[in-house]
Design a binder for this molecule. Structure first.
Ligand code: BG6
Length: 469
């Protein structure tokens, strides 16, 4: 198969907190990121916080023009909950005006907006009440979702509830990379439960909203899990990792249930979350129309140091494995393994009843890209083109074998702010010149991608020149 399917969605993804800027203007209230930066600015690379980011709030027309120039036909971003409903209850008319104008601008230029509701940006007012740990967060989110569907549902026909619902749980309740930096597995399980319940309730709101003629999804980071060896203990470790990181989310979203083994191990370890009567039905009745899959790197695991029951954390079930042969992106420390895309694609086809899905993120962040500026002052990011080519080759193979993938989105369209890493690693097809009014400057990869999209097929990477990473 040479070409990609007809109407294939070619695009890029980003999020409100990483691009909009204007973090505290026009009525927006602070998110955990805004507050965290206020409390500990030294933790953010170069002391750059979320207040300005890439200035899309003011430059969205320029962005859309650049997207059009590279032939994108779709773009995913998110709405900032804190902008739309600054206190969780009151609609902010300036937010409605901004998002409507932004989405309309995309539509007018032939770019379909795919809009996500939560990209790690918990409102501070809700975090002060306990964030996703408290049951009331679920209803607050459902109200926010309903408000967004009514305000933008005539323009937006593809929605997502959460981006990588695993990440705010893992990084915020089992690590230090997200606020509130808690290390408590039991609390993490409760946060996961409320997150998924909030997701299901948002799906329910969508189905009964005035503009329910579109589709709704969740975006998951479905890193395929590989075991160190074929030894039974390593294989079992991989099964557990897959159960917690993949199946707990995917089964819930697609099948409306949780895997029995997961419930069992949590029960025997006294880690089951608090639930209420009727929750089961909410999950069962509100499954998704499609899946967004973010893929950066696989997860390699081996048997735990010590196998304990009852468990107190994931370390009792598996531990990471550093594959000596791995290729790595040294700037981010992430493995580069294109075959992973094929494996996910086939799994979605074979084990999840052929559910429609798309790659909602894939990408490579490289630091100091200005090193690769050519004579025309354009960044020769051939490493990004190679990365794309290799991953798209695998994706195309899976599509030719029947995986129902309807699109590919790269992280990201223009360099954006990356949480604690701020602007250290650049991911964009366009460079954002921070010293020059956030000007967007095309990189080589944007030209190559424009050609791929125009021809709807993989074209050979441009001839290599100076750059390597
Ligand atoms: C994804 C997230 O996991 O990875 C993005 O959805 C994030 O928000 C991207 O920016 C790249 O990761 P990082 O940490 O390098 O920004």
């Amino acid at each position: 198969m040479d070409t990609f399917p007809q109407n294939f969605l070619w695009g890029a993804a980003a999020s409100a907190p990483q691009t909009e800027g204007a973090a505290l203007v026009d009525g927006k209230s602070p998110s955990t990121w805004d507050k965290w930066f206020e409390i500990e600015p030294e933790l953010f690379y170069n002391g750059t916080g979320p207040e300005n980011t890439s200035n899309t709030y003011y430059q969205y027309k320029e962005d859309v023009a650049c997207m059009k120039a590279m032939n994108l036909n779709s773009y995913r971003t998110s709405i900032a909950w804190t902008r739309l409903l600054p206190d969780g209850k009151t609609l902010n008319p300036q937010a409605v005006d901004f998002y409507r104008a932004y989405f309309q601008e995309m539509l007018d230029n032939g770019i379909e907006p795919i809009i996500n509701l939560f990209h790690f940006d918990m409102p501070w007012w809700l975090m002060e009440k306990g964030g996703w740990e408290v049951r009331e967060s679920v209803d607050h989110f459902a109200f926010y979702a309903k408000t967004a569907f009514e305000a933008f549902g005539d323009l937006v026909k593809k929605w997502a509830t959460f981006n990588e619902s695993l990440v705010h749980i893992e990084c915020g309740y089992m690590g230090d990379a997200h606020w509130p930096k808690v290390h408590d597995f039991k609390r993490a399980i409760q946060v996961a439960y409320h997150t998924l319940l909030a997701h299901a309730k948002a799906v329910k709101e969508y189905r009964r909203s005035s503009f329910n003629d579109g589709q709704i999804s969740i975006i998951l980071n479905l890193a395929p899990v590989y075991s160190k060896s074929e030894e039974a203990e390593d294989v079992a470790a991989a099964k557990w990792a897959d159960l917690f990181y993949i199946r707990s989310f995917l089964d819930c979203a697609v099948r409306g249930t949780f895997p029995e083994e997961l419930v069992e191990v949590l029960r025997e370890s006294d880690l089951l979350p608090k639930t209420e009567t009727g929750d089961k039905e909410i999950f069962a009745e509100n499954t998704v129309d499609f899946i967004g899959c973010n893929y950066y790197q696989p997860l390699r695991v081996q048997a735990p140091q010590e196998k304990k029951r009852p468990i107190t954390g994931l370390r009792d079930l598996f531990r990471g494995y550093d594959w000596p042969e791995k290729r790595i992106n040294p700037h981010r420390g992430w493995e580069i393994y294109p075959r992973g895309i094929y494996d996910i694609a086939m799994r979605l086809k074979n084990s999840y009843s052929n559910i429609p899905w798309y790659i909602s993120e894939n990408g490579i962040g490289v630091s100091q890209e200005e090193r690769f500026n050519n004579k025309e002052n354009m960044i020769d990011d051939n490493y990004r083109i190679d990365f794309l080519f290799e991953h798209l080759t695998q994706l195309q193979q899976a599509i030719s074998e029947g995986s129902p993938c309807f699109g590919y989105h790269m992280w990201t369209f223009a360099d954006c702010w990356s949480w604690l890493n701020a602007y250290k690693n650049r991911y964009g097809f366009y460079r954002v010149d921070l010293d020059n009014g956030y000007k967007r400057l095309p990189k080589q990869s944007s030209l190559w991608m424009a050609q791929v999209i125009a021809e709807n097929r993989l074209v050979e990477p441009f001839a290599q020149n100076s750059s390597s990473h």
